[in-house]
Design a protein around this ligand. Structure first.
Ligand code: TXA
Ligand code: MG
Length: 329
């Protein structure tokens, strides 16, 4: 397969955006920071580049991608926005919210990127690096998180290099991402529906909409709401033990808050998501800390309880996936 590439790593300054845009135009794969996590970008209109992207990620091909655009006008060339979608775009864009809307007639995004669906996921990132690349490129960029499928999302360029070095063309290093958690995904096809919890809280969205968000079916046999929300999607190799009140022999500790749990001194390694118990700081640290603690030979990672409020909802969602039994995808 054509999945071998020499990976160039550049800093996000000078003419980095032009270099990235030229690489994308030539059908290349470019990893770049957004405010949420690093994305692996390809020209949304180039089916071949998108095929290479799936190969590089090792991603099941039924998993559709988010199209990134610089502003609402560009988004409306890709999809049809109803009243709720327009309200949400006005309130949260640019920013870490993805809207799933019906594909617009003549939408230039390759069918492979939307995995044959008649809807499309769109977002306008607020990261200056992402914005500069989008403007230099002048078209939509599809970008899943820049990790190998099944790994946690990358929040620094070194994570991307570790997962995808040698298989992508360019990595633009813009430092650590501000938010550290993926965007929230809301379906705006009929009743607005929370498809993936993320950087924008359900409460903030419901307040702007003036209505509750629907929750997709979760019963047995229910289709996954966002096809990428496979139970074990965010999986480190080590076993995760959530809501841990103690540390067992051989375990590493992922702490939260000022109070260490029983047996904390026997942890083989310890990192604290936020010593002051701040959920925003915890979200920003989550994936980097999971990667850092995920060492061969440890008995597992004990994770202290995280409150199920605000950003804690998305953090707990990612931890539940990371702790789930592994499936084969
Ligand atoms: O913060 C983010 O959203 C990051 C940055 C790079 O933008 N991107 C990201 O992409 O998390 P990815 O591919 O890892 O996750 C996208 C999710 C997947 O669960 C996918 O199934 C879902 O979006 N999705 C994409 N298109 C969809 C559609 N038409 N309907 C429902 N879900 C969709
Ligand atoms: Mg992902």
């Amino acid at each position: 397969m054509m999945n071998k590439a020499e990976t160039r790593l550049i800093k996000a300054n000078g003419d980095a955006a032009e270099t990235a845009a030229a690489c994308l135009k030539a059908g290349g794969l470019v990893a770049f920071p957004t405010e949420t996590v690093y994305g692996l970008g390809a020209d949304a209109a180039n089916g071949k580049a998108i095929a290479r992207l799936y190969v590089a990620k090792g991603r099941p091909s039924f998993n559709p991608l988010i199209a990134h655009v610089p502003n609402l006008a560009a988004a409306q060339r890709l999809g049809a926005f109803d009243a709720a979608a327009e309200i949400l775009a006005a309130a949260f864009w640019p920013g870490p919210l993805t809207l799933v809307v019906p594909k617009a007639p003549g939408c230039p995004v390759a069918a492979l990127a939307t995995a044959g669906l008649d809807t499309i996921a769109v977002r306008v990132p607020d990261s200056p690096v992402a914005q500069a690349i989008l403007k230099a490129f002048g078209g939509a960029i599809v970008a899943p998180s820049a990790n190998r499928s099944g790994h946690v999302s990358p929040t620094i360029a070194a994570h991307v290099a570790a997962d995808l070095g040698g298989t992508v063309d360019l990595i633009v290093d813009g430092g650590a991402t501000r938010v550290g958690l993926e965007s929230t995904i809301v379906g705006c096809v009929g009743t607005p529906t929370l498809l993936r919890s993320g950087a924008v809280t359900r409460e903030a969205i419901e307040q702007v909409l003036g209505q509750r968000l629907a929750t997709p079916g979760t019963g047995p046999g229910a289709a996954p709401a966002a096809p990428g929300m496979l139970a074990s999607h965010y999986a480190p190799k080590a076993r995760l033990r959530r809501d841990a009140g103690d540390v067992r022999p051989g375990e590493a500790l992922l702490a939260f808050g000022p109070q260490p749990p029983a047996g904390a001194n026997r942890a083989v390694a310890t990192l604290n998501l936020s010593a002051k118990g701040d959920l925003v700081e915890a979200a920003a640290n989550l994936f980097a800390h999971l990667r850092a603690l995920d060492r061969p030979g440890i008995a597992g990672i004990a994770v202290m309880p995280i409150p199920h409020e605000g950003l804690g909802v998305a953090i707990n969602d990612r931890l539940a996936r990371a702790a789930a039994p592994r499936d084969t995808t």
